[in-house]
Design a protein. Structure first.
Lengths: 319, 492
């Protein structure tokens, strides 16, 4: 018996701890299990399926737009979602929706990737640009207001652009590739910056249900490292450069910290999300009201607050 | 309590209150100097304004003192034991205003939250570090003022609260060279004895004393318990929980009514992030309030609004002796967070306060209020100042039982309800009685080791479990007791 077992062991390394048949090819970032590629694909995809089912993210027949930047998150999202749609018969009509902020050397290259994804995954693509929607590009904005706080603006405008694109496509729902690392960073950022209102909202898997287009995050519990691993092994086509303006973002602090944290205790990322979900925030806590922008009527909680940057920007926008 | 005298010692009068009167209280400077300084201010404009204390505007600010005479010994306000040089000692206040401002924060915390009442006997936890050193100092000052009031009053109606100091001896869990340790203890004893009158007792309590059996057995059980914890962070956190048990034990044994910790804003900021990354978001609010009354002896945190930097400055300003018992090397996650917060604080000096303020908006628990005193007047006054949260425990539900190890409230959806079979703890029962964080980082991964681990726990932790299992049945029975015709369940 023993001789057989010894002979059956692979020449180097050990067996996958899930199937016990194939050789272990990788260590799973979330759990540090040593597993083979096929089992990795399986657990990765099925965990996401579990999240979709447990949180009832979709209904059959829905038209769903995937926010596609060409980056690894949205590429893997498009790939996995169309695969699961087929495998588990979600009955969804999937589209790719891309936003062109007009950042030279970054966005123009990543858009090429999305155009390739359209062909590779057979999902129709729509691109909406800041230039068309608002009449200016992010490069022009940064020239005006400098390198601080520009991420805040870009994020707000992108959200609005996605909503408008989704409306043009006549979709019922928007999905974005926000992963567990993103959400954990956001929880930390909101604690650091004193934003109790955002803190109470940022862990919701679905947001904007009372707004024009509800949006959800199927990757809420998916680790960034695993997304990269999946894209790598599956040889998915994605654009891997960071936005040229991001090194100045405050989020960088939180990101570095989470990377260090993950090295010590991988499950800490999920623990941060759990904490975010569990925080006892009273519904009667004074929150800034989510009203409407005075100018354009779009929903906003902050926009009406006069600050020198916003005033300057509105001069640019509406001059 | 208006007062015009600069030398007024009455307890109710404090310079902080009479902000406008401070100028009156200082002796008038000779005209020549006054003109000179005014001229200086007028001619130099902004520059010389920053050289003066921003509060009293008369004395030189500590920042100015630091920059102008960096070579002289005068700089950080006195050598002595606590001298921590560097720009961190600079402050826009002068020494006196800085001290009064810091003490003011302490005093406001105590009075607004009714932390210390005249009939209390307060045990101050002393680690040797600057925060708890300042805690002892401030409590002593408050006690002295109360004593003076008492001596001066005719009817002697308001008694003076008592103060004791406790040091937790962790030498059996953390390696400390014996000589350094005994020397440190002696220095602490000296510090406490110098803070008299009124006299304060100094207790040295070893961690193993939480085990009721003899010290050797206790020490062995403790060692075995700590060795059974594989996770570095888990071990550190377990030590913190054991520390609190030791404080509770010495407080109970010696008739103290409050346990006072020197936990400052900076420490709480770290605690907020630690809880967040360990998945303890639900119970976080319980640990960071002024009052933590879930313990038998309520725990109070009057230095909650003071930054570590401020406490360090005060120690060097007033030469308050601090004692380093062991190199406080945190490791693992706690160390990472401490360095992260330090980095953030350097980038923005108000970061620690912002973190604590954010966490302060989380809803506290019903035990985060001082148990109501009998005195109606005090009750109303303190309630007026406290935020109103609807914190009464829901009386139609059985009381929630806390995590066996860290005593934190458990989120209802996390607790799997279970009934004890023949009142014997199974491995599953042990695990279910702990929060998810303790389950992961403290309890052994191997289920077969759980029962043995449970046997190593000190009695106070094991006892928490019993209530949660038996309590629900007992509670149900109590609800219907008056309608039961027999004492046993089968009706005999």
């Amino acid at each position: 018996m023993e001789a057989e077992e010894v002979a059956a062991k692979p020449p180097k390394g050990r067996f996958c701890t899930i199937c016990n048949q194939r050789r272990a090819a990788l260590k799973r970032p979330k759990t540090l299990e040593q597993i083979c590629r096929e089992c990795f694909y399986a657990v990765f995809e099925e965990e996401i399926h579990g999240v979709i089912v447990d949180n009832q993210l979709f209904k059959p027949g829905e038209r769903v737009a995937i926010g596609a930047s060409g980056g690894k998150d949205s590429t893997v999202l498009a790939y996995v979602l169309s695969e699961l749609n087929r495998r588990h018969n979600y009955g969804l009509d999937l589209f790719l929706l891309s936003v062109d902020e007009g950042i030279t050397g970054y966005r123009d290259d990543s858009l090429e990737t999305v155009k390739r994804n359209e062909i590779q995954y057979g999902l129709p693509l729509k691109v909406v640009s800041y230039k068309d929607l608002y009449g200016w590009t992010m490069d022009e904005i940064v020239k005006l207001i400098g390198l601080k706080n520009n991420c805040t603006f870009c994020g707000v405008f992108r959200r609005q652009a996605l909503d408008r694109g989704a409306t043009l496509l006549k979709v019922d729902k928007l999905v974005t590739g926000h992963n567990a690392d993103d959400i954990a960073e956001t929880v930390l950022l909101n604690i650091l910056r004193g934003d109790i209102a955002r803190l109470s909202r940022c862990t919701s898997i679905t947001t904007g249900e009372d707004g024009p287009i509800p949006r959800c995050k199927p990757f809420k519990y998916t680790y960034e490292k695993e997304i990269v691993m999946y894209a790598y092994f599956k040889r998915l086509d994605y654009f891997s450069t960071e936005c040229i303006y991001s090194p100045n973002a405050y989020r960088g602090f939180a990101r570095e910290f989470i990377k260090d944290l993950e090295r010590i205790r991988p499950r800490a990322i999920l623990d941060i999300i759990k904490s975010g979900e569990d925080f006892r925030i009273s519904t009667s806590t004074k929150m800034p009201e989510q009203g409407n922008c005075e100018r354009c009527g779009y929903i906003s909680s902050q926009f009406s607050v006069p600050s020198s940057d916003f005033l300057l920007l509105s001069m640019v926008l509406f001059a | 309590m208006a007062c015009n005298s600069a030398t007024c010692q009455s307890g109710g009068c404090y310079r902080e209150d009479n902000g406008d009167k401070i100028d009156d209280q200082f002796p008038q400077p000779p005209p020549a100097v006054a003109t000179e300084s005014t001229q200086q201010r007028l001619s130099n404009g902004k520059n010389s304004d920053s050289a003066f204390c921003i509060k009293c505007k008369l004395k030189e600010s500590m920042a100015a003192a630091f920059s102008s005479s960096s070579a002289s010994a005068q700089v950080t306000g006195g050598g002595g034991g606590g001298g921590r040089g560097g720009a961190s000692d600079s402050s826009p206040y002068c020494g006196d205003c800085f001290r009064s401002n810091l003490y003011g924060k302490f005093r406001l915390a105590v009075t607004s939250n009714a932390l210390i009442s005249p009939s209390d006997n307060v045990l101050v936890a002393f680690s040797g570090g600057p925060s708890s050193r300042v805690a002892i100092q401030f409590v002593h000052e408050m006690q002295m003022k109360a004593q003076k009031n008492f001596d001066a009053s005719r009817d002697r109606s308001l008694p003076v609260f008592g103060v004791g100091v406790a040091f937790i001896d962790e030498s059996s869990s953390i390696s400390i060279p014996a000589e350094k340790f005994s020397q440190a203890v002696e220095e602490m004893r000296l510090v406490v004895s110098n803070l008299a009158p009124p006299v304060k007792e100094f207790h040295v309590v070893s961690t193993e004393s939480i085990y009721s059996s003899d010290s050797n057995n206790g020490r062995n059980r403790l060692k075995e318990l700590l060795n059974a914890v594989a996770d570095v962070t888990g071990k550190e956190d377990l030590l913190v929980h054991l520390r609190m048990l030791a404080l509770q034990k010495v407080a109970l044994k010696n008739g103290y009514t409050k346990v006072l910790l020197g936990t400052c804003t900076s420490r709480i900021a770290c605690r907020v992030l630690e809880a967040t990354v360990k998945g303890q978001g639900y119970s976080l609010a319980a640990d960071i309030q002024y009052v933590d009354a879930r313990w038998e002896i309520p725990v109070i945190l009057p230095l909650r609004d003071c930054l570590a930097q401020e406490l360090n400055i005060l120690c060097s300003l007033d030469s308050l002796k601090t004692v380093e018992v062991h190199n406080d090397h945190h490791s693992g996650i706690n160390a990472l967070i401490t360095s992260f917060v330090k980095l953030l604080q350097e980038e923005n000096p108000s970061r620690e306060s912002t973190i604590v303020r954010t966490a302060g908006k989380l809803t506290p628990f019903h035990f985060n209020r001082m148990p109501e005193p009998d005195d109606c007047n005090m009750q109303l006054a303190s309630q007026r100042r406290q935020k109103k949260y609807n914190l009464k425990p829901n009386e139609s539900l059985p009381p929630e039982s806390p995590c066996r190890i860290c005593n934190s409230p458990l989120k209802k959806s996390d607790v799997k309800s279970y009934k004890l079979e023949n009142q014997i703890m199974s491995a599953e029962d042990i695990s279910n009685g702990c929060c998810t964080s303790c389950q992961f980082q403290i309890l052994p991964k191997d289920i077969s080791l759980l029962e043995h681990f449970y046997s190593l726990l000190p009695p106070q932790m094991a006892a928490r479990g019993e209530y949660s299992c038996l309590g629900e049945d007992r509670w149900l029975r109590e609800q219907i007791q008056d309608c039961l015709l027999s004492d046993t369940e089968d009706g005999t």
